[in-house]
Design a protein around this ligand. Structure first.
Ligand SMILES: [Zn+2]
Length: 88
C-alpha cells in the first residue's frame, strides 16, 4: 500500500501507479504543479540578500518578492515597513 501524492488516499502500489492512486490524480498533480525553477541571476541575488541587513521583516519580504515574483506590484515601504493598501 502507498499514499497517493495528490489526494492522500491509500492505494495498492503497482508499477503503473507509483505516486498517484488514479490517472486522474496524476493529471491533477501535473496541472497543479507550479514551476519552481529559479534563474541563476535570481539565485545570485538571493545570496546577496543573505549578506544584507534589514530594518524589518517586511523590508526583507519586499526584497524577496522583488526577486522571486517581479511581475507583482512591490509593496510600498514607509520607514522599512510594508504598507498594505486598503480596499475601501
Ligand atoms: Zn489520488
Amino acid at each position: 500500500m502507498d499514499i497517493c501524492s495528490w489526494c492522500g488516499r491509500q492505494f495498492p502500489k503497482t508499477r503503473a501507479t507509483r505516486k498517484y492512486c488514479t490517472p486522474k490524480c496524476k493529471t491533477n498533480a501535473c496541472l497543479g504543479r507550479k514551476p519552481a525553477r529559479i534563474r541563476a541571476a535570481d539565485v545570485a541575488a538571493l545570496y546577496a540578500l543573505l549578506e544584507s541587513d534589514f530594518a524589518s521583516a517586511d523590508e526583507l519580504l519586499g526584497r524577496l518578492r522583488a526577486i522571486l515574483v517581479p511581475e507583482s506590484e512591490p509593496l510600498p515601504l514607509v520607514n522599512g515597513r510594508a504598507i498594505i493598501p486598503r480596499m475601501d
